[in-house]
Design a protein around this ligand. Structure first.
Ligand SMILES: [Zn+2]
Length: 236
């Protein structure tokens, strides 16, 4: 089974220090990082990986997001001749606000999250503000995944931790081989070679990246500005 991937930019987090991601970067080096959602289409199933932040919901908890996520997602889906109600599954690399706040836009979808991430979420840590409440509203459609999981033919998750205890990456079979939608275990391309404080479990991160590079998966980082030039990037 082969999937087509569209990379959709749903918002921007302005002025983050590169040093969070890349050890040794100058404190003056600030990045505007894109928040990305991925639309996957195999001709039968429409799947979203990470739904991205919502500017209003983010602002309610003191996080600044630029851009209009709902419109960007709707435009991305329209390119597939689809609308939010056609999405059957949203897979989450993890549940930090910048990866899931648009979940309520999908009225029919189930939401695939690692059990360890759901447990971690309940401890109400930074970057999860408001997300337990959102999950409670969607609870009947939240599907807990235990470790590596085959979701559909050609679509599977790898539970890898690193960034959060319940983090997972998503492997997608395409006509060009296996793509890895990394999530925040690889935020920037530079993280393929150096691990920043944003991945507190450096051993788990290193183990996953070594495996991934050995497999020659195409690695798609979660917040890499250069992805705007990628062949799968959906122009806004
Ligand atoms: Zn993120």
């Amino acid at each position: 089974m082969s999937w087509k991937i569209s990379i959709v930019e749903v918002g921007i987090i302005p002025q983050l220090p590169r040093a969070l991601y890349v050890p040794g970067a100058s404190p003056d080096d600030l990045l505007d990082i894109p928040c990305l959602a991925y639309l996957l289409d195999d001709g039968t199933h429409l799947v979203v990986v990470d739904s991205g932040p919502d500017a209003h919901a983010a602002a309610a908890h003191g996080f600044r997001i630029q851009g209009r996520s709902a419109e960007a997602l709707a435009r991305g889906l329209a390119r597939h001749g689809a609308e939010p109600g056609d999405v059957e599954l949203v897979v989450h690399t993890h549940l930090h606000y910048d990866h899931c706040q648009n979940d309520p836009l999908f009225p029919r979808a189930r939401f695939g999250v690692q059990t360890a991430e759901l447990a971690h979420l309940r401890q109400s840590r930074r970057f999860y503000e408001g997300i337990p409440q959102m999950c409670a509203q969607l609870e009947a459609r939240v599907v807990a995944l235990d470790g590596d999981t085959e979701l559909l033919p050609g679509l599977r998750t790898v539970a890898n931790g690193g960034h959060t205890p319940g983090h997972q990456s998503v492997l997608v079979e395409t006509d060009d081989g296996t793509a890895c939608l990394c999530g925040d275990i690889v935020s920037l391309e530079a993280n393929l070679w150096s691990i920043g404080e944003i991945c507190p479990d450096a051993d788990a991160t290193r183990t996953f990246i070594e495996r991934a590079l050995g497999q020659q998966w195409e690695m798609i980082p979660s917040h890499e500005p250069a992805l705007r030039a990628h062949r799968w990037f959906a122009a806004p």
